[in-house]
Design a protein around this ligand. Structure first.
Ligand SMILES: [Zn+2]
Length: 327
């Protein structure tokens, strides 16, 4: 039986159950917090841990048994805090390796790499990603279960391309699946597919994240027809695409036979310091880990999506995606 690495160790892919394929426990900027501890909210470690346990327990009470947390470098990945929370919530959490940037890579990679001042044959990014997958992250004993990169509205900048190719090369070496943050309105999912294909990546092991921000059925079909999985993964972020449009798009694609090419999620966080908590709650009141279970699934059923198709999106597609992930 294939297994997938989680915070609590390897899990049979059959044991994942219902999976939300893109959620963050936290997204944080460590350097800002260390220097401006009251911006945008005052950080209270104990309060945040308690609050995360409460939010995730709420989600688990709806029958969700696994989440995929693509919080990588650039988003404040910190595994010991996730371990503390996971000790108190019965949940499989798959964590990721990779780099999240829309433009430049961290300066720590600028001077070292193939063809750089400190010229080395293999990009150190690739080596770090492979080590996170094979040996584990820092000294936590937790191994990364997927790879992540991003391509936003600025498109394929030199560093976005460098990170994407490093992710692809780590995938080719380990078989670990990939998720890509994309800008659906700019159609950057197609660019990501081209670059990953050039590196030899099997596109069925790639989630094109944030595809659900788009209602462009032709764009979404093009991505799915090339083999990738559509991340319909921002339910609750009505500012990017309203609830009714998100639901209608999933229902339309399911009716066209694409349930096998979609996964569901919120892209929510227990807490993110990208904005103040008060601003988030005022602007996006339904953006929480229970929205898919409480609001989205009933709305999909009303629009003719079958129970079988829901199981395909929540259970079967994640299982297939994580099968054969280890080399
Ligand atoms: Zn995200």
């Amino acid at each position: 039986m294939p297994t997938v690495e989680t915070v609590r160790g390897p899990v049979d892919v059959d044991g994942l159950g219902k999976v939300l394929m893109h959620e963050h426990v936290f997204t944080l900027g460590t350097e800002i917090r260390e220097n401006y501890p009251h911006y945008p909210d005052t950080w209270d470690e104990e309060f945040r841990v308690e609050d995360a346990v409460r939010q995730l327990t709420d989600m688990v009470s709806r029958g969700i048994t696994s989440i995929v947390d693509p919080t990588v470098i650039g988003l404040g990945r910190y595994i010991p805090r996730i371990q503390r929370i996971n000790e108190r919530v019965d949940l499989n959490i798959v964590v990721a390796t990779g780099i999240y940037t829309y433009s430049d890579a961290p300066i720590q990679f600028h001077f070292t790499g193939p063809g750089r001042i400190f010229d080395v044959p293999v990009d150190p990014m690739t080596e770090l990603f492979v080590a996170d997958i094979r040996a584990g992250i820092a000294d936590t004993g937790v191994k990364a279960g997927l790879l992540k990169c991003a391509i936003d509205e600025h498109g394929l900048t030199p560093d976005v391309e460098r990170v994407m190719r490093a992710v692809a090369q780590a995938h080719m070496e380990t078989g670990t699946p990939i998720t890509v943050h994309t800008h659906a309105h700019e159609g950057t999912g197609l660019i990501a597919q081209r670059v990953l294909r050039e590196e030899g990546v099997d596109l069925s092991k790639v989630v094109i994240g944030h595809s659900g921000d788009s209602t462009d059925i032709d764009y979404l079909r093009a991505i799915a027809d090339a083999g990738s999985i559509l991340g319909m993964d921002r339910f609750g972020i009505d500012a990017f695409c309203p609830f009714e449009d998100r639901v209608a798009t999933v229902a339309t694609l399911a009716a066209l036979g694409y349930a096998e090419k979609m996964v569901l999620a919120h892209d929510a966080s227990c807490y993110s310091d990208f904005y103040s908590e008060a601003n988030k709650k005022a602007a996006l009141p339904r953006w929480a880990f229970t929205h898919v279970s409480d609001d989205v699934l009933p709305a999909l059923r009303e629009r003719g999506v079958t129970e079988e198709q829901i199981t395909t999106m929540l259970v079967d597609n994640p299982r297939t995606y994580f099968s054969g992930a280890q080399k």
